[in-house]
Design a protein around this ligand. Structure first.
Ligand SMILES: [Zn+2]
Length: 90
């Protein structure tokens, strides 16, 4: 017996965002649903990777952390620009 006016409960499942990975074996796009909050499915890297920052297992001292590098770049830029306003410092 076919459903008449009731919506198919699988419509929402079929409309779920799909994994953006390409299957290694077939070369075709993976068609599995992506894990919520990820662009890939559970077998293509969702939940994977180490956390950034001090929680990363390779974290040492933070001297080369993104924040520290950006801060040094900003300080260097300010020093460079301040030279134009300080007479006698060529
Ligand atoms: Zn996938």
């Amino acid at each position: 017996m076919a459903q008449s006016d009731a919506t198919n409960p699988m419509d929402r499942a079929n409309a779920a965002p799909r994994c953006r990975a390409t299957a290694k074996r077939t070369g075709k796009p993976c068609r599995a649903p992506a894990v919520t909050g990820w662009s890939v499915c559970r077998v293509h890297g969702a939940y994977g990777g180490a956390p950034p920052g001090p929680a990363h297992p390779n974290w040492r001292h933070g001297e080369r952390s993104r924040e520290a590098v950006e801060l040094r770049a900003l300080v260097n830029k300010l020093v460079r620009e301040s030279r134009d306003h300080l007479p006698g410092l060529e």
